[in-house]
Design a protein around this ligand. Structure first.
Ligand SMILES: *Cc1c(COP(=O)(O)O)cnc(C)c1O
Length: 399
């Protein structure tokens, strides 16, 4: 297998034509010079959305696109999901809402960070809806609506045990009469699960019961509880709308089983140098890796500044993250630096890898979840840390 594993991704014809896309400005020469290539498969994101949508029927399947669509690119992801039929999007910030609105003119957009009293005009201009989780915030939103005449609705977030954002249950109960009065002030009642990926957590059933009880009092208002993993806890968790994020981008929502999602991200980094070291030589900062045989190393141009966490380093006596070189899994030698990683390629046949070629850091069997395990974190953090120095190549863009 050639180290350039997917020719589709290195073909400049597949580069994005979109204006908001950083890859749009890339010509073949820039791709030639890129320290790494991050390929994002929008078809896979759309397929993941469709499979979650089918699983959640009759509930609506929204999409969470906060944090630049988990590092995958908010604009191309939103355009692609809107083309696939997604009608409701959740962002964290108003700036993200602006990008989402530009990408999906007709969509319903919720802002998870909620409302601040100086932002009313922006909510109206973007026609987006705050997710309100505090009574003062609700009063500010009401005041804005009264003073401006804006009639757009909001979502209410109710805390059912996570103690992050959200009204307490008694506070929410106090709003029931307002909701009954109609007028569309409250379009959605939602809560968030704290441990949905853990099937054995008693808190899932507790949160479900608490939410079912309070949500049923808001008759005629749509309801939403499940994130990605929550969808897989069963239909009783799906209510009127589900809000997957991570699973869309290929993170496994069912960590105790094989992933039902298609991988989305492929990352390869370039070989800057191939070198040989003697048995007994040490590699990298602080010399924490020792060659136990005459060793061949590939030094590749990615590092912790690119989101390849230092915790994946190869230190004597520990297991490092893997890279795929010429089809073979190889280990990291020594500490991961800011911009460079040394990979032990002793087992790779001579001539199979040359300077200037690429090795795979994510993809071809290395999942985001596997890498997260080596980094001591979760796939979410791996995705949202993906560096800005990589050339980005999108596949399957909406036209
Ligand atoms: C981020 C977020 C989601 C999406 O969660 P995933 O686990 O990524 O599917 C859903 N709802 C809320 C309130 C969130 O903050």
């Amino acid at each position: 297998m050639n180290v350039i594993s997917d020719p589709k991704f290195s073909d400049p014809k597949n580069l994005s034509p979109g204006n908001d896309n950083p890859a749009a400005a890339l010509g073949p020469h820039e791709l030639d010079a890129a320290p790494g290539i991050l390929s994002i498969d929008l078809d896979a994101i759309a397929a993941n959305w469709s499979s979650l949508d089918s699983r959640a029927v009759p509930a609506e399947c929204a999409a969470v696109i906060k944090a630049d669509a988990y590092g995958c690119g908010l604009t191309p992801v939103t355009r692609r999901l809107a083309a696939a039929g997604c009608k409701t999007f959740f962002v964290a910030t108003l700036d993200e809402a602006r990008q989402a609105r530009n990408a999906a003119r007709q969509a319903t957009i919720y802002v998870l960070d909620g409302f601040f009293s100086n932002c009313g005009d922006v909510f109206a201009a973007l026609d987006c809806r705050p997710v309100i989780g505090d009574l003062t915030e609700l009063a500010e939103w009401d005041a804005f609506r009264r003073n401006s005449g804006w009639r757009g609705p909001a979502a209410i977030q109710i805390d059912t045990g996570m103690n992050r954002l959200g009204l307490t249950i008694p506070e929410a109960q106090g709003l029931v009469p307002l909701a009954q009065k109609g007028g569309g002030e409250i379009a959605l009642v939602m809560s968030h699960l704290s441990s949905a990926e853990d099937l054995h957590q008693a808190s899932n059933a507790r949160q479900l019961e608490a939410f079912r009880e309070i949500a049923s009092q808001f008759s005629g208002v749509r309801t939403s509880l499940a994130n990605s993993s929550g969808i897989f806890l069963g239909p009783q968790f799906q209510f009127d709308m589900v809000r997957p994020g991570a699973a869309l981008y290929g993170v496994n929502p069912t960590p105790e089983a094989d992933s039902p999602m298609r991988p989305v991200v492929h990352l390869k980094a370039r070989v800057a140098q191939i070198r040989s070291v003697e048995k007994g030589a040490s590699v990298g900062y602080n010399g924490l890796w020792t060659a136990r045989r005459p060793t061949k190393l590939a030094i590749v141009t990615a590092g912790y500044a690119d989101g390849y966490f230092r915790a994946g380093s190869g230190i004597d006596g520990t297991r490092s993250a893997d890279a795929i070189v010429a089809g073979q899994r190889c280990q990291i030698a020594g500490r991961i630096s800011m911009d460079l990683i040394a990979i032990d390629i002793t087992e790779v046949p001579p001539g199979a890898l040359r300077r200037g070629q690429f090795v795979t850091l994510i993809g071809d069997g290395i999942t985001v979840d596997e890498l997260a395990h080596h980094f001591g974190t979760i796939g979410y953090e791996v995705l949202t840390s993906l560096g800005q120095r990589f050339a980005r190549v999108y596949r399957g863009e909406a036209t």
